[in-house]
Design a protein around this ligand. Sequence first.
Ligand SMILES: C[C@](O)(C(=O)O)[C@H](CC(=O)O)C(=O)O
Ligand SMILES: [Mg+2]
Length: 299
Amino acid sequence: MLYSKTTPEDKRRIFRDRLATGELLQFPGAFNPLSARLIEQKGFDGVYISGAVLSADLGLPDIGLTTLSEVAGRAKQIARMTELPALVDADTGFGEPMNVARTIQELEDAGLAGMHIEDQINPKRCGHLDGKQVVDESTALKRIRSAADARRDDNFLIMARTDIRAVDGLDAAIDRAKKLVDAGADAIFPEAMRDLGEFEAVRNAVDVPILANMTEFGKSELFTSSQLADIGINIVIWPVSLLRIAMGAAGRALDTLTEHGNLTSKLDEMQHRADLYDLVDYEGYNHFDTSVFNFTVAK
Ligand SMILES: C[C@](O)(C(=O)O)[C@H](CC(=O)O)C(=O)O
Ligand SMILES: [Mg+2]
């Protein structure tokens, strides 16, 4: 009912404990608060909150136009809908290292279990596009040091994402990953790895959890969870997939509506009213007032 019963502190502790097992944790991207609950209901380990989705949702390209307040606000709405830990994309940290410090505290206050900050310049772009540029080493490390210094809960996960692979190659990515860990990163997100061997090389170079980004239509092949688990990856995200699927289905439904004048042929593809009510725990609200849920919904 209402929101999550697990406190942010507990979510972070549980997330850390699960990461310590070394198993692969699966974090699909929630495109809104309701979908976070669906991810939980389907038995996943956590919820990813994507910057690409957040900006697309506002009708903006993913080039660093969203503000800290927008991201923290939406991430809070999503994180509080689930008992699962939520990991948010903090882009380049929303400014200078001092701003990064504030970003961390805002995201802690918003109930997130962790976040990642990348080493791209601003304006940034999707990590799977050509023409990226990264900041110099000193700036990249300062972002992470500020993040680690600013947190008040040691279990809040500071993940460093490096986009340098596409600019300077795999060796540079490994070198930067090691330095980011020395600067205080609890986990590494090596962006736009070409193949499993590259993920494995980063995995073997550092002693912290590694995230693999299985975004579609990008530079990485779409490996299965078991392939990623086999090489010791600890978190896998499908950041934009549910939004792509929902928008694809919505587009096709609008075509059907234009063609047939109704959506009867689409009923099987829709989330049923009963399943929606189940997901929002409509019946549970009888706890406050027994007349809230005193009807039945035909299945
Ligand atoms: C992971 C990512 O940062 C995101 O915002 O979800 C994006 C995903 C995408 O654009 O496909 C990324 O830069 O990889
Ligand atoms: Mg992003």
